[in-house]
Design a protein around this ligand. Structure first.
Ligand code: NAP
Length: 324
């Protein structure tokens, strides 16, 4: 039986309902994937809650990363075959057992990487890639503050930065999370629920502050994040798990001639050569053993409401996946 998890109105996790559907044939340029693992991401919460725009017909299937096996393929698609294991990241429509998708979005999963690992890591791993290479070009010697370090993106970023020779400072919301993040590449951790992270960053850097802050928490951290920057430092705001930062003023940047950027993964992945290059870097790091994808929560697809509750209650660490 094919089914997806659909929402017809914005709201809490309970708006996600099971919906059976008939599988159809792929059209020109498309493949049919039987999905084997689906990643859960904070972006799913933004769409579900109505923070991000909804489709005009109000039928929203969430989910922006998944892996699976090609079951049918349009004759005009080159480079893929029935039976291939593939992965993709694209906004929405991934909370489903079967999906027809344009072949330009899919990537072959190499031997040695499981479907679960690919599904859990493609969105978060490519995000990490652009954060460290495009939004700010990290170099050995740069000082870094990375918020929500024990989360899905956070644990990947810690290991990736370590592989680049960066000693990053991280923040997380409990001592257990701080310990986990230290085991995943962070040199120093701050429990920002117990400690003033700005004061602690200044202490840890002997008052020098950091070259770059990666802030995906938003409302609760944003003013403090700017206060952690060196002159000419960069803040990369790439999310808002605590709510959007609403009181940003250009004049705030004049304090230290700061740069602020607000990137979105899908502006990078539109470029197929970027997508292939970044995915190959991600998979090579995993295959070399420098990057371990921690899947710390697994749920059946039709129990996705429980996954959303845990994520919003800050009870998850690392990656969460759904199993169709
Ligand atoms: N712009 C992009 O292209 C892009 C792409 C991917 C992800 N993102 C963003 O990156 C961030 C991380 O994504 P993820 O899927 O890996 O999520 P995650 O980090 O696993 O989960 C979010 C974490 O944010 C922290 N947090 C702080 N205040 C919170 C609050 N009031 N409510 C809920 N969580 C709060 C929690 O960690 P603590 O308890 O440790 O504080 C929580 O575990 C999200 O903001 C996401 O939107 C952006």
């Amino acid at each position: 039986m094919a089914y997806n998890m659909i929402a017809t109105k914005s709201g809490g996790p309970e708006v996600l309902q099971k919906n059976e559907f008939e599988i159809t044939e792929p059209g020109a340029g498309e493949v049919l994937i039987r999905q084997t693992a689906i990643g859960v991401n904070f972006i799913d919460v933004y769409f579900r809650s109505g923070l991000y725009p909804w489709p005009v017909d109000n039928n929203l299937v969430l989910g922006s990363e998944a892996a699976g096996i090609i079951e049918a393929i349009s004759p005009d698609v080159n480079g893929f075959s029935v039976g291939d294991r593939v992965v993709y990241t694209l906004p929405n429509n991934a909370y489903t057992t079967h999906r027809i998708i344009d072949a330009q979005h899919i990537i072959l999963i190499p031997d040695g990487i499981s479907d679960e690992t690919a599904a859990a890591s493609i969105l978060k791993g490519l995000t990490t890639y652009y954060l460290l290479h495009n939004s700010f070009q990290l170099k050995v010697g740069n000082s870094v503050l990375f918020h929500a370090a024990a989360g899905g993106v956070g644990l990947i970023a810690g290991q990736w930065m370590k592989s680049l020779g960066i000693n990053a400072i991280g923040t997380a919301g409990s001592d257990e999370k701080c310990k986990l993040a230290m085991e995943h590449g962070y040199a120093q951790m701050i429990n920002y629920r117990d400690e003033d992270f700005v004061k602690r960053v200044r202490e840890l850097t002997d008052g020098e502050c950091v070259d770059v802050v990666y802030d995906s928490v938003g409302k609760d951290t944003y003013p403090g994040s700017l206060n952690c920057l060196k002159k000419f430092g960069t803040m990369v705001n790439f999310g808002q798990s605590s709510g959007p930062a609403t009181d940003f003023k250009l004049a705030d940047l004049a304090v230290g001639s700061y740069t602020v950027t607000r990137p979105i993964l899908y502006h990078f992945t539109e470029d197929r050569s970027w997508l292939e290059n970044a995915t190959s870097s991600l998979f090579n790091l995993i295959l070399k053993g420098d990057l371990n994808i921690s899947i710390n929560q697994r749920f059946p697809l039709d129990q996705v409401t429980d996954a959303h509750r845990m994520l919003e209650e800050r009870k998850t660490t690392g990656c969460t996946i759904l199993l169709p």
